[in-house]
Write a protein that binds this ligand. Structure first.
Ligand code: PMP
Ligand code: GLU
Length: 399
């Protein structure tokens, strides 16, 4: 008897976790695997943030918080949005969630009826398409590639909008491509979006501080679409707090209330200890945490040089976030060591099995010709991983 829902059957497991679990299992079996799968900073949570969490435990922050989060945290988020992004939000417009992942799901659940369309510029973050499916929506993809720096143009966006479009969902800085939209590019996208008031932009800005070129711009800053933008952000990347599970949305009033309604039935307020720690994190000058971004940049430059020596990789210097997303189409359709490579997932599996380096194929990011790996790990790991891949691929017969 098949008891599972049709909704469940439409879903895939998160490929980032599939590959990181595989790496973990192989390590447990004694293989010396280097995992470049999950995008998470390898730094410890900064001491001041940890202290705030200890204090919250001692002060008995052990009861339910309001569903959208403690008022003090929502006020700190509003100040942060003003300080870093020049955005004006009220605490009633903020909903703090169990990670940015939940914040995005809240917004999609609030917006989508069956068959509603969500525009996803591809490559997109793995979970977007699955989240849209979970909420009975339909993803409409705008394919981009390295020739346009993996970014959609205003014209492409406008061509994809239909009367059924409910939302546009993208990350800038982008996981996986490492591109970001400039002020001018966002302005031209905003101009299009303003013409379609039935469309909401879900702007995932979780990598805002990890930008090696410029200060982040939020699309919410364009007044003509302010009522059409849900800003998503969180503590995972900038503060190395992935396991603490704090994200948030900043929405127009009508949408913020809807997120609170959904979250109140789904999970209630996020973890109270982590919420208290997030207040300290957000009230600290971001410059104090800049050492992590400097380390990421150094690693990026290191890996870029090493990647140039690998046969068959077309590489692009990522300008933000902490992923490389090389085009590996040279290997697709070929046979390597007797193994047929049909797409980048096969290729990722090949690297894992033959070089003991775990990466994530681009299929679930909407770019089957690319391969993603995170460089948010030690230089030692990165040097060794690149060496293993180079030695494998530069010496293998490709048929
Ligand atoms: N958006 C993007 C683009 C991500 O890469 C991730 C994964 N870290 C998330 C959202 C979810 O982050 P969180 O840990 O806050 O759920
Ligand atoms: N977001 C990170 C990534 O893209 C962590 C894993 C996940 O949430 O999917 O690897």
């Amino acid at each position: 008897m098949d008891l599972l829902s049709d909704r469940l059957k439409r879903l895939s497991f998160s490929q980032t976790f599939v590959m990181s679990n595989k790496a973990r299992e192989m390590k447990a079996e004694g293989f010396d695997v280097i995992s470049l799968t999950l995008g998470e900073p390898d730094f410890d949570v900064p001491e001041s943030i940890k202290k705030a969490a200890f204090k919250a435990i001692e002060e008995n922050f052990s009861h339910y918080s309001p569903v959208p989060g403690f008022l003090e945290l929502r006020e700190a988020i509003c100040l942060k949005l003003k300080r870093d992004n020049n955005l004006d939000f009220k605490p009633t417009q903020i909903c703090v969630s169990n990670g940015a992942k939940q914040s995005i799901i809240n917004v999609l659940a609030a917006l989508l009826n069956e068959g509603d369309e969500v525009i996803l510029p591809a490559p997109y973050w793995v979970s977007y398409d699955e989240m849209v499916k979970m909420m009975d929506g339909k993803s409409v993809f705008i394919k981009t590639d390295y020739t346009t720096d993996f970014k959609m143009t205003a014209e492409q966006l406008e061509n994809a909008i239909t009367p059924k479009t409910k939302a546009i969902l993208y990350s800038s800085p982008c996981n996986p491509s490492g591109s970001y939209y400039t002020y001018e590019e966002l302005k031209s996208l905003a101009k299009v979006i303003a013409k379609y008031p039935h469309v909401t932009v879900i702007s995932d800005e979780i990598y805002e501080f990890i930008n090696y070129e410029t200060k982040h711009t939020s699309i919410a800053q364009f007044p003509e679409i302010k009522e059409q933008v849900a800003v998503i952000n969180g503590m995972s990347k900038a503060y190395a707090m992935t396991g603490w599970r704090i994200g948030y949305s900043a929405c127009p009033d009508w949408l913020a209330k809807a997120c609170e309604k959904i979250q109140g039935q789904m999970t209630s307020g996020a973890n109270t200890i982590a919420q208290q720690a997030a207040i300290t994190a957000l009230q600290t000058n971001p410059a104090e945490f800049h050492f992590m971004i400097e380390a990421f940049q150094k690693r990026r430059d290191l890996v870029f040089d090493l990647l140039k020596k690998i046969k068959g990789f077309k590489i692009f210097l990522p300008k933000s976030a902490f992923y490389f997303f090389p085009d590996i189409s040279y290997y697709i359709g070929k046979t390597l060591d007797g193994i047929k490579i049909n797409n980048s997932d096969d290729f990722a599996m090949f690297l894992l099995e033959k070089a003991n380096v775990a990466t994530v194929g681009g299929v679930s990011f909407g770019s089957p010709e690319c391969l993603r790996f995170s460089y948010a790990t030690s230089e030692k790991n990165l040097i060794e991983a690149m060496k293993r891949i180079r030695e494998l691929l530069n010496n293998i017969e490709v048929n």
